[in-house]
Design a protein around this ligand. Structure first.
Ligand code: ATP
Length: 244
């Protein structure tokens, strides 16, 4: 059995003392992809932000490779090997593709070769400004930049946002391949349920800040109605297990 790269125990987090995620447990082992699903406002982004340190938990513990992250700053978490691709992609429109790989945290060197290996379409665009790239190319750059850090844990927030389904269908399998080849754990927040569960090992559905359904991706895909009802907050015990 693989070691957990991420363990979240009883996480409660939110904004201005109001919890939007409550008592959440989640585990990701090396090389595994966990899809975090749920309707708008369910708390998916907040969960990712708590892991990368952008939101301070009100309660609970988050461990990365066994290390408690409570006192670890976001930049130090990035250096430990946690890479977060936010919903807005975190790119700089005035900079070229190649320049994005020169922007590391202090003392950090990014490895563009990894990005170009997984996204070969990016290499001929290395001198193009990000603002001139298509949405799909920008998303490749955002993910490629995360891969260039050699992450052990990848947090991906709605890669599909604003992209044509055909682009997303080509992007997500790259994430699968990277996880398999590198042993990196992945938390994938995604609105395209089917697609996410096609590449994920496990899935969980958040509703109003609580996990209401979790299980093997294949089982979840086979129970579409259960999946949909969980979006509306119906708890389902069928696949509820301790870890995901
Ligand atoms: P979406 O798919 O729409 O991005 P989500 O599941 O990622 O949704 P979150 O972005 O985590 O959900 O938001 C959960 C709740 O927290 C929402 O009600 C949202 O309005 C609220 N929220 C998010 N960011 C902030 C913030 N900076 N300040 C206050 N409330 C916030």
């Amino acid at each position: 059995m693989s070691a957990p790269v991420l363990e979240i125990d009883g996480l409660t987090a939110g904004y201005d003392h109001a919890a939007v995620v409550r008592d959440l447990d989640l585990e990701v082992v090396d090389g595994a992809i966990v899809a975090l699903l749920g309707a708008n406002g369910a708390g998916k982004t907040t969960t990712l932000r708590a892991v990368s340190g952008l939101v301070r938990p009100m309660q609970g513990a988050i461990r990365f490779q066994g290390q408690d992250l409570a006192r670890v700053q976001p930049s130090a978490r990035a250096k430990l090997g946690i890479a977060h691709v936010p919903e807005n992609r975190g790119l700089f429109f005035g900079l070229t593709v190649a320049e994005h790989f020169r922007l590391g945290y202090r003392g950090e060197r990014l490895d563009p070769a990894v990005a170009y290996r997984y996204f070969p379409a990016l290499e001929p665009l290395r001198d193009r400004r990000c603002g001139l790239l298509s949405g799909g190319e920008q998303q490749m750059l955002a993910v490629g930049r995360a891969l260039a850090r050699h992450p052990r844990l990848l947090l991906l927030d709605e890669l599909s946002l604003g992209l044509a389904p055909v682009i997303v269908e080509s992007l997500l399998p790259v994430v699968r391949r990277y996880a398999e080849e590198s042993g990196c754990g992945v938390v994938l927040v995604e609105q395209h349920i089917e697609l996410a569960l096609t590449i994920a090992d496990r899935g969980c559905v958040l509703s109003h800040g609580e996990i209401v359904l979790r299980g093997e991706a294949e089982q979840l895909r086979a129970n579409h109605e259960l999946l949909i009802s969980s979006y509306f907050g119906e708890h389902a015990d069928l696949f509820t297990e301790q870890s995901s």
